[in-house]
Design a protein around this ligand. Structure first.
Ligand SMILES: NC(=O)C1=CN([C@@H]2O[C@H](COP(=O)(O)OP(=O)(O)OC[C@H]3O[C@@H](n4cnc5c(N)ncnc54)[C@H](OP(=O)(O)O)[C@@H]3O)[C@@H](O)[C@H]2O)[C@@H](O)CC1
Ligand SMILES: Nc1ncnc2c1ncn2[C@@H]1O[C@H](COP(=O)(O)OP(=O)(O)O)[C@@H](O)[C@H]1O
Ligand SMILES: [K+]
Length: 518
């Protein structure tokens, strides 16, 4: 029996929770309803922001503070007061006629303290650092031309900008600029991570992302998010609960899973090699690779431990048929390097009720997607494959698109990208928060397919949480790319190197989180 798809990540590890604006409001309302005064929370939050800014900004720097009409602005007024009283040269820019009562109160007090105010931005940049407190999760509509102009001016000044909660102009949930947004060097997100900050489109705006925790009690978080499927951000702590897959002293290779990889063609022999090497890194016990018979020697040389299934091939050097029944394997991964003329075998694998992963040309052959299959299914499209597979699902809202696809296909959908999204049929969502553009090259995905296939074969055999393993595999693959990029530069992140270093990097990741653990 394959373990149900369950959610992973500690339910109350604030680092792993993603919230929408509505959920954050609900959580805040719960705090206020239970007696926490709004002004008290603001004082606590703004105090923590000011403390962090004092660590980041050397004394003597001229600081401009953009203050909006809502509580994002109010937070920033409190920050202005704290910085002013610590001796920083601060100037407040508040280009609004109206403001919320608490914002107005803090504005009046800042006036009383003698903090300089300006209505509009000067011609040239008067400040060394800008604190962006125009809008946070309350941005409800497109920015007016005047505000868009102000944000454009700040962006053209190229000075250090630190945004409070979100870069102003960014949609809290989708991460889309409305239609422009502050390009922050750093974003101090308040309380819980906002979903929009982790979308591909937001990466040009958020800069370095930090979360300012303010001790939201677990019961308030539950109150705010329990009605929707969980949305999580993959954290080392959560991922290392699934990896490495434990290996007791007394175990034999078949207990470590048997993966069948169906891949390769004369045109793309390397995709089969990279997928096989990815599977090797996963620790899978047995690896069988179905390839066109003319590739048999190539694969054997590259991956001597693999059992080769030489398949009859077409004149074009693609797999014409699978020579054996698809039994005896714990998991099947199909797609890398097949070419689009391998329809027969893709349909053969797809029409079984076996647990499978479809990638690359298997996705192109199944496009456009229709129907569902009974077995556990993982789809790993990049945006190009997506447009063929789910043309009706608009990719400007990657989160919603991935959630809809997972429900349509009743599959785990891995929408690859700078911030890969993993969506489940029940709507649960996870985002991989860190990766490197060094991975943006052909072959990276082939490695991921092999890695995930190997992990899932082990997971099926040992009745583990399969969606946890999909998340952990995506995270592991990205972390290895990131490690290589940090150590040797982005150009060092080529697929072969990735397969060489997956295992050792996992060891480093474990050491970083739990020194002494093997
Ligand atoms: N847990 C937390 O996160 C905590 C959050 N806190 C802070 O509060 C922030 C949320 O505060 P908020 O609700 O006042 O929203 P915020 O973004 O400040 O302003 C929205 C205001 O702007 C207006 N407006 C909207 N769109 C507009 C547009 N396009 N162009 C022009 N105006 C526009 C709209 O007024 P309207 O014009 O619609 O009447 C609305 O009043 C949050 O981000 C965080 O910084 C802290 O208190 C501590 C805990
Ligand atoms: N800009 C980027 N930043 C971080 N990771 C990226 C970026 N572009 C692609 N990736 C990652 O690299 C891999 C690319 O996979 P894919 O596009 O399938 O490659 P291929 O199909 O050519 O092997 C995915 O894991 C994806 O998440
Ligand atoms: K802001």
């Amino acid at each position: 029996m394959i373990k149900n798809m369950t959610k992973t990540g500690s339910p109350f590890d604030p680092e792993s929770i993603l919230v929408t604006a509505a959920q954050m409001r609900c959580i805040e309302q719960e705090l206020f309803a239970q007696g926490l005064p709004v002004a008290a929370l603001m004082e606590k939050v703004a105090g923590k922001i000011a403390h962090r800014l004092i660590e980041l900004i050397p004394q003597g720097q001229k600081i401009g503070l953009l203050v909006g009409p809502g509580h994002n602005g109010a937070d920033t007024l409190v920050v202005a007061r704290e910085l002013w009283q610590k001796g920083y040269g601060t100037t407040i820019y508040h280009p609004f006629q109206h403001a919320k009562p608490l914002t107005l109160a803090h504005k009046n007090y800042a006036h009383y303290l003698g903090i300089p105010f300006c209505e509009n931005l000067p011609e040239s940049n008067p400040c060394d650092v800008w604190i962006d407190g125009l809008f946070g999760l309350g941005l409800e509509r497109e920015l007016s031309p005047e505000l868009a102009d102000l944000i454009h001016t700040i962006n053209t000044w190229h000075s250090t900008v630190i945004s409070i909660d979100l870069p102003s102009g960014l949609h809290t949930d989708t991460g889309q600029p409305q239609p422009i947004a502050i390009r922050a060097h750093r974003t101090l997100c308040l309380g819980l991570w906002k979903l929009g900050l982790w979308q591909d489109v937001a990466q040009d705006y958020v800069g370095i992302l930090e979360r300012v925790d303010f001790d939201i009690p677990a019961q308030a978080i539950t109150q705010g998010i329990h009605t929707s499927p969980p949305m999580t951000r993959l954290t080392s702590r959560a991922m290392l609960r699934a990896l490495p897959i434990p290996r007791p002293p007394v175990i034999h290779k078949y207990q470590c899973g048997h993966l069948l990889l169906v891949c390769g063609s004369q045109t793309y022999p390397g995709a089969a090699v990279l997928a096989a090497l990815g599977a090797r890194a996963s620790g899978v016990g047995m690896l069988t690779i179905a390839v066109p018979e003319s590739l048999k020697n190539t694969i054997t040389l590259a991956v001597p431990e693999a059992v080769i299934l030489p398949c009859p091939e077409t004149d074009a050097g693609t797999i014409a048929a699978l020579p054996v029944a698809l039994t005896g394997y714990d998991f099947i991964a199909i797609g890398p390097g097949l070419t689009r003329s391998a329809q027969g075998i893709v349909q053969t694998v797809f029409s079984t009720n076996l647990p499978i992963l479809c990638d690359a040309d298997a996705l192109n052959i199944l496009a456009p997607w229709s129907g569902q299959r009974p077995g556990f299914t993982v789809l790993t499209p990049h945006e190009g494959e997506w447009q063929r597979l789910f043309p009706q699902l608009d990719l400007t809202q990657r989160v919603q698109a991935a959630q809809q696809a997972a429900q349509i296909a009743h599959a785990v959908v891995v929408l690859k990208g700078a911030r890969t999204i993993i969506a489940l049929p029940d709507g649960a969502l996870a985002v991989n928060p860190a990766s490197t553009p060094g991975l943006a090259r052909g072959g990276s995905g082939d490695v991921l397919t092999g890695l995930l296939g190997g992990l899932l074969a082990q997971g099926v055999k040992q009745n583990r949480d399969l969606t946890a393993l999909v998340q952990a595999g995506v995270w592991w693959h990205a972390q290895t790319g990131l490690w290589l990029a940090k150590q040797y530069g982005e150009l060092s992140v080529h697929p072969q190197q990735l397969t060489n270093d997956l295992a050792t990097v996992l060891g480093q990741l474990i050491q970083a989180v739990a020194p002494g653990k093997k």
